[in-house]
Design a protein around this ligand. Sequence first.
Ligand SMILES: C[S@@+](CC[C@H](N)C(=O)[O-])C[C@H]1O[C@@H](n2cnc3c(N)ncnc32)[C@H](O)[C@@H]1O
Ligand SMILES: [Zn+2]
Length: 410
Amino acid sequence: MKDEGFDAGFPTEIVREGKVKIVVPKLKAFVTSPSEYAPSRAPVFYNPVMELNRDIAVLALQAYQRTLNREISVCEPLAGCGVRGVRFAIEVKGVKKLVVNDLNVRAFQLAKYNVRMSGLDSRVIVENEDANFLLSGYGAPRKRFDVIDLDPFGSPVPYLDSAIRALRGGGLLALTATDMAPLCGVHPKACVRKYGGKPLRTEYCHELAVRILAGCLAMTAAKHDIGVSIVFSHSTNHYIRVYATIKHGAKRADENIRNMGYILHCFRCLHREPAKGLLLTNGSGKCVECDSKINVAGPLWLGKIFDGQFCELLAKEIIQRTFKQRERILKILGRIKDEVEAPVTYYVLDKLCDMLALPVPSVRKVVEALRKQGFQASLTHFNPKGIRSNASAIDMKELLRKIQSSSGES
Ligand SMILES: C[S@@+](CC[C@H](N)C(=O)[O-])C[C@H]1O[C@@H](n2cnc3c(N)ncnc32)[C@H](O)[C@@H]1O
Ligand SMILES: [Zn+2]
């Protein structure tokens, strides 16, 4: 990067992320106490915590580009200081054209500076529009993008329609959602309003959050006669991320609807079960195990939230990379690889053991014991104490009691 000296009119500094160096707001200058959230205080948005989000996005775009085996066009309509777009242009091979945009004029100016200083003027266009206005300009068939990455404040829902319309058939859409309080059931009304699905404050609420966002995407795409496949998703720090490819056609959209449904959950015994279909037909409203009231999350996406092949491609892509958080990403990818084919929802050992007033055994021990008994069992990246299994909540509790009594004997 050639630094010609940029006067943003506010304190800035140069940071290194991935293979790029960029100018960002000097976050320390905008907070008066350590408890303040610096990125939202600065005049232009930059959040160093999201570096891992951007690292995985780089892997995903490269993996996707390799599957197409041709040059791709990319749009980042909510770009902040431009770090994501600059990283895509430099770290992803085969990016022919990139449109980076932000409504905030100071973000636009900084992104433009970062693009110029990285020598990317010929491939990267920087715009200063409302994201929906910008995307609408790319909605016509020959203008559409191969990849759109929506990384907003809070929810990506306000931009879904225009992003779907601006994406080419087979294109890849990446979504970040940081509004975890609605999605995890702290503000259920806000979640229903935004996403059209009811959340539940269960121990697996982060998976529900992914499924609610994926369901909202699927239903939005269906309106346009477009089908979606969720190729990858992850829940990290304070956000969730969903990667989906789209295909045009009413039949494909009908498949979206077949993947929609509900998750029924009993807070008393922790029984849970998926119920496919947009019309909920569980008549009794009672838990089949303990007869208590059954609670409902959804409608949400009950289809796959990871694709095994895409996960393998991501794992291949990271081999050559020297990301700061490489080990953490490898761990996330490793866990996800194991949960690709696993049942919907996971148990959290702390929750089960708390209910049984038992000490918490190691997750590996429980996974082994479940497999020995012939159950499917795997860890999950969603929670370090989480286990996906086809064992029922009753089976899980019985097994935990057994583990405790046998460790008491030895
Ligand atoms: C979370 S930040 C983006 C961070 C960036 N993607 C990254 O990886 O660092 C969201 C950005 O969206 C911009 N924004 C908010 N509403 C917008 C709109 N309607 N159109 C375009 N940009 C908007 C904000 O100015 C802010 O810079
Ligand atoms: Zn029950």
